[in-house]
Ligand binder design. Structure first.
Ligand code: NAP
Length: 246
């Protein structure tokens, strides 16, 4: 088991990639705190993985709230005694062309996808620094690397996460804390379920591996980066897109 004795906080654990990650991390021996804004969904997921005994707790929290993220970290440490891994996975899209995008759509996506990750890191980092060890992984996107029509808010947030990842890899690396990012392509989750079939088929045609990603594809990338297998990897952005963008 690759995460034996590790304690992980996973944001956005109620759906898609985060849910899959919660399950995988438990199978790999981690104790986890699953968090999102929906207590009902988190409770259901914890029930599904309750075969793993006392290894999972859920705490309702919005990543845009510093107080709620402080509570998540405090309860994690009260319950498990430490925190080794932060998966900054929570994210939203609110797409529109730049001329049509409202200030609200811009602010919402920046607040959740970029400032939310910053919030969680600021709360967790002091504990990791004190421990002298830790791993932080941010969910970027190929949109943040290559841009995507209709996603100026999302692409800006996801590009910002790459700058954040590289900066914090330098700041925190010397304290024993690794910071990396993943950049998924198109993954089959509730986030992409409104993408029309025509677009999805076009993406599949352009992807050398000839398929859309599954949540588990990203969960396994998180697992690798979180595990000691990646102990000399810091400041990296791991593409998980089947070779869509080369
Ligand atoms: P998803 O199924 O829509 O899940 C998003 C998660 O984020 C949910 O658990 C949601 O939970 C949580 N969330 C949203 N706003 C939140 C907030 N303010 N505070 C706390 N949690 C919040 O999406 P997904 O596809 O699994 O995406 C996971 C991550 O991968 C995101 O960062 C996304 O941008 C990134 N990504 C996805 C794709 C893709 O193709 N799917 C591609 C590239 C990158 P609640 O609603 O319960 O709060």
């Amino acid at each position: 088991m690759r995460l034996e004795n590790k304690v992980a906080i996973i944001t956005g654990a109620s759906s898609g990639i985060g849910k899959e990650t919660a399950m995988l991390f438990c199978q790999e021996g981690a104790r986890i705190t699953a968090t999102s804004r929906s207590a009902e969904k988190l409770e259901q997921i914890c029930r599904e993985i309750s075969g793993y005994g006392e290894k999972v707790i859920y705490i309702k929290g919005d990543v845009t709230s510093r107080e709620e993220m402080e509570e998540v970290v405090r309860k994690t440490i009260d319950t498990f005694g430490r925190v080794d891994i932060l998966i900054n996975n929570a994210g939203i899209t609110q797409d529109a062309l730049v001329t049509k995008m409202t200030k609200e759509q811009w602010n919402n996506v920046i607040n959740v996808d970029l400032s939310g990750a910053f919030n969680c890191i600021q709360v967790v980092a002091p504990y990791m620094i004190e421990q002298g060890s830790g791993v932080i992984i941010n969910a970027s996107s190929i949109s943040g690397i290559y841009g995507n029509i209709g996603q100026v808010n999302y692409a800006s947030a996801k590009a910002g996460l790459i700058g954040m990842t590289k900066t914090l890899a330098k700041e925190l690396g010397k304290k024993g804390v690794r910071v990396n990012a993943v950049a998924p392509g198109f993954i089959k989750t509730p986030m992409t379920e409104t993408v029309p079939d025509k677009i999805m088929n076009m993406i599949i045609e352009r992807t050398p591996l000839r398929r859309i990603g599954e949540p588990g594809d990203v969960a396994h990338a998180y697992l690798y980066l979180a595990s000691d297998d990646a102990k000399f990897i810091n400041g990296e952005v791991l593409h998980v897109d089947g070779g869509l963008v080369l």
